[in-house]
Design a protein around this ligand. Structure first.
Ligand code: V47
Ligand code: SF4
Length: 382
């Protein structure tokens, strides 16, 4: 592109962003391919501060992966195990409830539950996980099962996912995590996770959840075999559903970790790619209230920087994370609240503890309670 055209394209984009106008697919690809990191950061930060001011959110949570045995063989996954593999496990009811009890003792407000799709476990087993935890620990918000898992439950039962979501909601399901989205574009999806739920199914399941009043998150796995066009296509598809339902809370870009995976020959995405993806996500997803810098996968240092590149959330204390640690993440297993708040303050932001649905959490000497809603941004009505 000749320099004069490049300048006018950049000026046009800056003007659109300052005026709060929507960016299109070509703008998104241009941001990735032609705009330098610091300009991207400046623009993304403008949008971030418009939506969330100086606040940066975190929560106190714990992960539970009830089984790692999985019928699928996603090439990027180091977590899964074959049915007969010595690495495979299935947690007992006692272990599951004890994990929830431990979470509650540590003051967690949320349990993040995802796992493998076991060859032999019936639908009722997954339902029972939510039911027994909710009965024993009704205050813990259960953010459970990705769209890929919901699609698997439909395959197991022959029942529509909408009915299954409703049944789980009755049993104590609070919201859905954003996993399983990977890259929607079939040119990539067919190569990295051929058999599991496709993009249309992922989108349909989140639409159904939103219509049932369940909030959900969305993710994108980047830094493997995809290119900028695939990433921007992914973001545009999410933005379209959000226009329709307003049910997404947070978008989480997930950096690929290659160790122990079928793609171990690939390098890790660079810090530059991490921050660019954070910024482009903030700029393209103009209708998402929050963009999360998941410190477990970004590393603490990049996650802290990301708070100036569009992100307004660091996720949580995250105890017992397996998916990234199996794939070579060298992040610690847990961050203390003191450390998270220090990272946020050092980045010049105001730390706010939130619950899963973005209400302020107010801590007393013994107990916590929910305060005001932190949804500063307006989302379309369901
Ligand atoms: O769907 C698996 C990804 C996801 C690898 O909703 C990998 O708040 C990188 O979705 N390298 C599950 N990524 C995790 C997830 C998530 C995490 C944090 C918060 C939330 C939320 C959701 O992890 C999978 C897949 O995209 N993943 N293996 C890997 N080797
Ligand atoms: Fe199974 Fe999920 Fe791993 Fe794919 S990413 S192999 S569905 S556990």
């Amino acid at each position: 592109m000749n320099p004069r055209n490049a300048d006018s394209m950049r000026d046009a984009l800056r003007a659109k962003i300052e005026a709060g106008q929507r960016l299109n697919f070509d703008d998104g690809v241009y941001l990735y391919e032609e705009v330098d990191l610091f300009t991207l950061g400046e623009w993304a930060n403008l949008v971030r501060e418009r939506r969330n001011g100086q606040f940066a959110y975190y929560n106190v949570n714990t992960h539970l992966n009830p089984t790692n045995v999985c019928v699928y063989r996603c090439t990027f996954c180091a977590f899964r195990a074959d049915l007969k593999s010595p690495k495979g496990y299935v947690m007992s009811d006692e272990q599951i409830v004890e994990r929830a009890a431990e979470a509650e003792r540590r003051g967690a407000t949320e349990l993040h539950i995802v796992g493998g799709l076991h060859h032999q476990l019936p639908y009722e087993w997954y339902l029972n996980v939510v039911r027994i935890i909710h009965r024993a620990h009704p205050r813990l918000h259960l953010k459970a099962y990705t769209a890929v898992e919901w699609d698997w439950f439909a395959r197991l039962t022959g029942r529509p996912t909408r009915d299954l979501l409703a049944e789980f909601k009755e049993a104590g399901l609070g919201s859905l995590p954003g996993g399983g989205a990977e890259i929607f574009h079939p040119d990539v999806r067919d190569k990295i996770c051929e058999h599991k739920a496709d993009a249309d199914s992922w989108i349909r399941i989140h639409r159904e959840a939103h219509r049932l009043g369940l909030r959900t998150n969305a993710t994108m796995l980047y830094g493997h075999i995809e290119n900028a066009e695939h990433r921007v296509d992914h973001l545009c598809r999410l933005r379209e559903l959000q226009d329709e339902t307003g049910g997404f809370q947070t978008f989480i870009p997930l950096a690929f970790h290659p160790d122990n995976t079928g793609l171990s020959h690939l390098p890790k995405p660079s810090g530059l790619m991490d921050l660019k993806t954070m910024a482009v996500s903030r700029l393209m997803l103009d209708n998402f209230p929050h963009i999360k810098a998941y410190w477990v996968m970004l590393g603490i240092k990049t996650a802290q920087l990301a708070l100036s590149f569009g992100a307004d959330d660091l996720d949580g204390t995250v105890v017992h994370e397996k998916i990234y640690h199996d794939a070579g993440s060298d992040s610690p297993q847990e961050l203390s609240v003191t450390e998270i708040r220090r990272l946020i303050e050092e980045a010049g932001r105001i730390p706010v503890e939130r619950d899963t649905l973005y209400h302020e959490v107010i801590r007393g000497p013994e107990q916590w309670r929910t305060g005001r809603s932190l949804q500063l941004a307006t989302v379309a009505a369901n």
